[in-house]
Design a protein. Structure first.
Lengths: 361, 361
């Protein structure tokens, strides 16, 4: 079955939990490595889970890619962002030209960066951009509707966004990508992300809504008001990520949910970044709760609701560096740590190999 | 003046605070990069401080090395460690053979690993080991004395340990090393480190003493008792690191203090690892408080006193991954993050270069 033909139902049915027996075998190897028991702490949890995902004791995450999903948001009409909407398209060009944060940090870990136009407002001039395979244009529509007044998108568009993310991630996996990072770009997108978080986690707006790229106090009040009206008007079903996406989501957030489903479906680790990627993870989680077995939380963002979302998903962030850029930047830094974890499991000597005495009885 | 001739007094006098004007210039560059203000959080603090240390806006930490300082400890006679003392020498061989944790994680960031025999018990057979320049033998003595009954070493030995660390680090800097990581190996060495911490920070033994490589409850009691007797018997002067080193220290810990002084003296960033490296930093700090301007705390260890030490020094750890191996492993992982920070400062586009709209007024 090609990925173009697969239905959301088939994807959801195909997501299975990680095989614990491989995790346990990997933990047995860790126990033989020449150090006090599990002395590298959370590195062992990372490497052993990757063994479980890949069903091997010689895991590899050498081939890495980031999908930076971009979309525009009708909700910006409510004055929820510190930056003008043009920045979404301008940043897409910056990703293609290699000058953005994710370009720099992905290069550090030898990861490709592919930008996906999931639904930004402008039509980019592809010829002038000379983007090659650094840009994939799969616009669901030219920006969402203002969800404070009605649904952000149609049900059909929501499903298209998720399936598009799934297909694009699947194509990367088929090309040999072993670990995928999710990233985002979309002026205004902490607003739908906070709405998704509040609905699915069931937390208050005070807990979930932050300043995003840096709105002032008045902007923060407008943002909370817009989200409150959006939830009241649309009444999304917290148990159904597709309904939440339809009513208060964004095209790039749906695309990220699709990437996450693809990782779980094809048994590949996926590293989520910050607030927006984790909103995508919440959507995917309502559809197929076992996706969390395949997810690694790259970092904990400064956006205050992020920790609430991660706790709900049972994910512990690898890094906590007060970052709040998005794009996949936290995931890229975390992949360096994950690389180290995998190398330790594979290449560190055992007590026996090193001829080192073990613990005293 | 060659480093062999320099006195401790001259070293201390040569340690100057970082030039804040370069840090401020670097922060001005950060402000122009194409993202919300300081959106990569602590990465900016790291890169800007490196600019201050190197007095440049095009910093480089490309050439990296770890000095793994090894020593043995008479205090093990008190039953303070879960592993036999032979492991110190066995692990030195493992470092030389490339099979230890620090070898794997240093390779990830392209850092050299040099092991220094600062005073382990065995005489290693250098010819059989074929160690090349991966091992430097500069034994102060074949292990310290049991500090629960008297000083761990003589004053002359303490000064020799610090000067040896200074000289070896200086040689690496003269060879072009731009950033140095400190590491340690020494069965029993969380015991002198906790003693150093308790004396200099002035905290209780309950706060400062942990299980090290994994002693049981009885071992932990013996460890606290031995430290208590050591401090009572020797009465180290908390304001004088050389006296603390003499009375309750270790040769490798003195060597680490010397490495840290060398970083500050020669204006090179030094990444400290866990509990033992930070005990070395405490010693150096009492001698020349400005050393902290040049120090980066790689991670926060599981050893409970580590956070207390770091707080005292005013250092925030880059990582917190529940690690407790030592060897420099936490520093090696952190150097990957620091590399990312430096690349962001140097290579990310500015708003102007990228043609991206700035924040709304």
């Amino acid at each position: 079955m090609t990925s173009e033909k697969i239905s959301l139902k088939q994807i959801i049915d195909g997501v299975q939990p990680v095989d614990r027996s491989w995790v346990e075998k990997a933990a047995e190897r860790t126990a033989r490595l020449v150090m006090p028991p599990r002395a590298l702490g959370r590195l062992h949890d990372v490497s052993e889970r990757i063994c479980g995902i890949q069903q091997t004791l010689i895991p590899s995450i050498h081939r890495k890619a980031f999908l930076v999903m971009a979309g525009d948001h009708g909700i910006v009409a409510e004055g929820v962002s510190a930056y003008p909407q043009e920045v979404t398209g301008e940043m897409v060009k910056t990703f293609i030209n290699g000058g953005a944060g994710i370009n720099i940090l992905a290069a550090q870990v030898d990861a490709e960066v592919v930008v996906v136009d999931m639904g930004i407002k402008p039509q980019l001039d592809l010829q002038a951009l000379n983007a090659g395979d650094r840009l994939i244009v799969r616009k669901v529509a030219g920006g969402t509707a203002n969800f404070s007044r009605g649904p952000a998108m149609s049900e059909r568009e929501a499903e298209a966004a998720v399936l598009t993310g799934f297909q694009i991630a699947t194509e990367l996996f088929e090309k040999g990508i072993q670990i995928l990072g999710t990233g985002d770009m979309g002026i205004g997108n902490t607003t739908p992300s906070a709405a998704i978080g509040a609905v699915i986690v069931g937390s208050s707006l005070d807990e979930m809504v932050g300043r995003g790229t840096g709105v002032d106090d008045e902007g923060l009040t407008r943002k909370k008001d817009a989200i409150r009206r959006g939830i009241e008007t649309n009444r999304p079903d917290p148990g159904n990520g597709l309904d939440v996406l339809t009513k208060v989501g964004g095209f790039e957030i749906g695309g990220i949910a699709g990437c996450i489903l693809a990782g779980a479906f094809h048994r590949r680790p996926v590293v989520i970044d910050g607030f927006i990627s984790t909103a995508g993870a919440l959507l995917a989680y309502t559809l197929a709760p076992d996706v969390t077995d395949y997810l690694f939380a790259g970092h904990c963002s400064e956006e205050p609701g992020h920790r609430v979302m991660l706790n709900y998903l049972g994910l512990r962030p690898i890094l906590d560096l007060e970052m709040r850029l998005g794009e996949g930047t936290g995931g890229a830094l975390a992949m360096g740590i994950m690389d180290g974890a995998v190398q330790i499991l594979k290449n560190m000597a055992t007590f026996e190999e090193a001829g080192v005495s073990e613990k005293q009885p």
